[in-house]
Design a protein around this ligand. Structure first.
Ligand code: C5P
Length: 236
């Protein structure tokens, strides 16, 4: 059948850009810690079999003993301690994936507005092609700018997309990609890059403008606005 999916959720960043004491994934959005939103969606998506949550060492006990029990998710969930970089956290999370899984879906805890539909579409594409990511086309004009704020060049935005998560891969492919990336000393800000550089084709499925990553304080304001709009059944 080949369709058992582990959802791996990197939530082990320190959130330095947020400028708060508490890592951003534990700051509240709509009254719940940020990471809870994505966990609830992954918990509700029937295509997801198990969840691996990767958290900072310092928050392991809180997540294991308080946060997760309070959510009452009805599928197996493991908590893993993360590493220094996102790619280290994903690699450590991969080691905790159950051996009978066929696919891994990686989804950043910092993207609370993922939907069940997005998860299903990404998984469906990965089942056909082996690797898929959610992304949206660039709508703005893109400039390359020097550190002292002078435009160097204007990129042709035709064919430029912004990568989001979820990103879904056949498990063996993602494990191989991370091992090779580690061996070659490659820095990666997403998982697809590690797979692309092995020469595999990664397919893109439509994400959404609402699927933002909460990185800076102003993103939380945007997040609250999206929640409010959803509560009113509007879209932003
Ligand atoms: O830093 P960035 O915004 O790219 O982080 C994306 C996701 O990766 C966040 O959910 C963050 O918590 C996670 N991360 C991690 N381990 C790190 C750094 C980031 O799990 N060392």
């Amino acid at each position: 059948m080949g369709s058992r999916v582990a959802a791996l959720v990197p939530a082990a960043g320190q959130g330095a850009r947020m400028g708060t004491e508490v890592p951003k994934q534990f700051l509240t959005l709509g009254g719940a810690p940020l990471l809870v939103h994505a966990l609830r969606i992954l918990g509700a998506a029937d295509v997801v079999t198990e969840i691996i949550l990767v958290v900072p060492k310092a928050d392991y006990g809180y997540c294991q003993q308080e946060l997760l029990p309070s959510l009452g998710l009805e599928k197996p969930i493991k908590v893993v301690m993360g590493g220094a970089r996102r790619q280290d956290s994903v690699r450590l999370g991969l080691q905790a994936v159950s051996p009978d899984m066929d696919f891994v879906l990686v989804h950043d805890a910092a993207r609370p507005f993922v939907t069940v539909e997005m998860v299903e579409q990404a998984v469906d594409a990965a089942k056909v092609h082996g690797a898929s990511i959610v992304a949206i086309p660039m709508r703005d004009t893109v400039k390359r700018v020097t550190p002292d704020a002078v435009i160097q060049s204007t990129l042709d935005r035709e064919g430029l997309w912004l990568a989001q998560t979820p990103q879904v891969f056949r498990i063996g492919l993602l494990v191989e990609a991370h091992q090779k990336g580690e061996k070659d000393g490659v820095e990666a800000t997403d998982d697809a890059f590690l797979v692309e550089r092995l020469g595999y084709r990664v397919w893109v499925v439509p994400g959404s403008l609402e699927n933002i990553k909460i990185t800076k304080p102003e993103d939380r304001l945007m997040g609250e606005a999206i929640l409010a709009a959803r509560a009113n059944r509007m879209s932003i």
